[in-house]
Design a protein around this ligand. Structure first.
Ligand SMILES: [Fe+2]
Length: 144
């Protein structure tokens, strides 16, 4: 159970970081494909932000406090901040890699959740895996 709580906190901090990075790219992307990429990154960050509140509440349901500060997030996250202004194709490639990373992290949480008999949590995590598979697909298709 402790392993599940820890994995949930890492996945949650990573999800929050992922949303912030998608929003960063939504704001700062430039180039002839601006309208499409501004919209694609916008759709992605909005979908992920909607999951943030139920994600945090699922940590509370396990009886643990949820991390909720930039410092805690930076200690826990597996999705690294991007401090440079990237060109558009590099933004697509990086967010795609991060989305693939989210799928891997979420799969770890799913397996731990099933081992703990937390089927409701598994259901939530399965939906997050599916959402990131879709984000990865759209970013991959855009990168070709
Ligand atoms: Fe916007």
């Amino acid at each position: 159970m402790d392993e599940l709580k820890k994995a949930m906190k890492v996945a949650f901090a990573s999800e929050y970081s992922f949303a912030l990075k998608a929003q960063n790219f939504h704001w700062n992307v430039e180039g002839p494909l601006f309208p499409q990429l501004h919209m694609l990154f916008g759709d992605i960050y909005e979908e992920v932000y909607e999951s943030v509140d139920p994600f945090a509440e699922n940590i509370r349901k396990l009886g643990s406090y949820t991390p909720a500060s930039f410092e805690r997030f930076s200690m826990l996250t597996q999705v690294e901040d991007e401090l440079n202004m990237l060109e558009d194709r590099a933004m697509i490639a990086e967010l795609m890699q991060d989305s693939d990373k989210m799928v891997k992290l979420l799969k770890i949480v799913f397996d731990l959740s099933e081992q703990a008999g937390e089927h409701g949590l598994s259901d939530f995590i399965a939906a997050r895996i599916d959402a990131h598979r879709k984000h990865s697909w759209m970013l991959r298709a855009t990168s070709k």
